[in-house]
Each structure stands twice: as C-alpha cells, then as structure tokens.
Ligand binder design. Structure first.
Ligand code: MN
Length: 248
C-alpha cells in the first residue's frame, strides 16, 4: 500500500538517503535504503555524482537490467560484450545484465558527471538472458509539450530503449501542474531532480521522492520549475534477492 497521509490521502514525500560508494562517489539513493528495500519490479534507484578523479572500475552484474540517464556531464562505459561509448547530458543507456557481464562507468570528457541509475529486476524466467547493451541519444528521446509541463520519455511509448519488463520512465519539467497516472497494478515513484513544488499538501524539494503502489494518479504542482523523474513498472510478484551487484 502507498503510505498515505490521513489528512489528505495523498502520497507522503521522503528525502532520498545520502550514500558514498567505495571510491568516494556520492549518491542520493531512493532504494534500497532504510525503510524502503525496493519497489517491485525496481531494485535500485539513485542519483549518482562522479568527480573527474573517481569512477566505477570494472565490476560484474547479473540478473537485472540497468537504465542510466545522464543529467550533467558525460559517462564513459566499457563492457565485456565489447561496447565502449560515452553518454552525455540527456543520453540514456540500457544494459541487460542477464546471465552475467562486466563493465566500467567512468567520468567522460575529464569532467564531473551526474545521472540517474535504475535497476529493473528480470523475471525468474529471464534471469539467464544473454547480456546486451543499447544506447539512445538525447535527440532520439521523444519530447511532448503540454500545458504546464515538458515531458521527455526515457522508457515507454515511442522511446527506443527496450526493457524486458513493462516500464514507463519520464523526465518531466513542470512549470504549472502535471498529473501523473500509474496504471492499475503497477508500482511507481517520482524523484525530484531539481526545483521545488508540491504534491497534495506536501512540499517537494530536490532529492525528495514519493511512491504510488498498485496504481493511482496524483497531481504535482510546480513552485520553482520542479523537474522530476516519474518511473513506473509492472511488478513481477517474485522475491527480489539483491546480493551487491547481483540480483538472484
Ligand atoms: Mn555497474
């Protein structure tokens, strides 16, 4: 069940946790953290910050899919499938880690970078898929202008990134209000990238998030051009067993 506020019945925002990875890279993590271990089908979500002297050297993954979406600067990716490329601001990449792969994620262009990383569980029948990689440049991501909001679709209708779980992932710059609908039976969360706004009676500041479980809709109001990542997916209803970089 979504955590409800008895006064208005709407979602209650919380702040993402502060985390420092081995190597010093900072992150604001939504889950797994404190009282929110995950949000089926999602395993990990964080905003990461990599300084030019830092980076995630070669490390393994398996059993899930990764979507990285760059907010600032560039990230250079190299993997054991033979891909080497640099994602810059507004670009997205997807890795289906499947039966297992290795990669590195280092700052590109000798600059600091920041982005969003999402881990989506693979259903048990797809855990051993062959690993694969896909990227989408910012120009390939569909942009929709609405009254009160500009929506960039990172994953979902007409966006090129393919996942093995039904997911919608929208980057929404709100100037007035925007209504977010999570399909019946799906779980979703919204994370504030920048600016400030409100959901119901609650204020939304940078790095705040709230969840919607089992579908529903909510209206987000902007105070100072709030920008959010609004992400929803169809749950697998299978246990999520994360062991560090692996999801069993
Ligand atoms: Mn990784």
């Amino acid at each position: 069940m979504t955590e409800h506020d008895p006064s208005d019945g709407g979602p209650v925002p919380r702040q993402a946790g502060d985390l420092t990875h081995p190597g010093g890279m900072r992150a604001r993590r939504v889950f797994p953290f404190d009282q929110l271990p995950n949000l089926d089908p999602f395993v990990v979500f964080e905003r990461f910050f990599i300084e030019p002297t830092q980076g995630f050297g070669t490390h393994p993954h398996r059993g899930f899919e990764i979507v990285s979406y760059m907010l600032d600067g560039a990230m250079a990716h190299e993997d054991s499938m033979g891909h080497a490329s640099t994602a810059r601001t507004g670009d997205a990449m997807r890795i289906t880690t499947g039966s297992g792969m290795e990669h590195s994620e280092m700052p590109g262009d000798d600059e600091a970078c920041s982005g969003l990383q999402l881990w989506v569980n693979l259903s048990r029948s797809k855990k051993d898929l062959e690993p694969s990689y896909q990227e989408a440049s910012s120009e390939e991501l569909p942009v929709t202008e609405r009254d009160g909001a500009t929506i960039t679709t990172v994953v979902g209708a007409d966006a090129p990134i393919d996942l093995h779980t039904p997911v919608t992932y929208q980057d929404v710059a709100i100037t007035d209000t925007w209504e977010w609908e999570v399909p019946d039976g799906w779980n979703g969360f919204a994370f504030v990238i920048s600016g400030s706004g409100r959901v119901g009676e609650h204020s939304l500041e940078s790095a705040a998030f709230f969840t919607i479980e089992n579908g529903g809709s909510v209206t987000i109001e902007s105070d100072t051009e709030v920008r959010i990542a609004a992400i929803a997916g169809e749950p697998h209803h299978e246990p999520i067993r994360q062991r560090g970089p692996f999801v069993l």
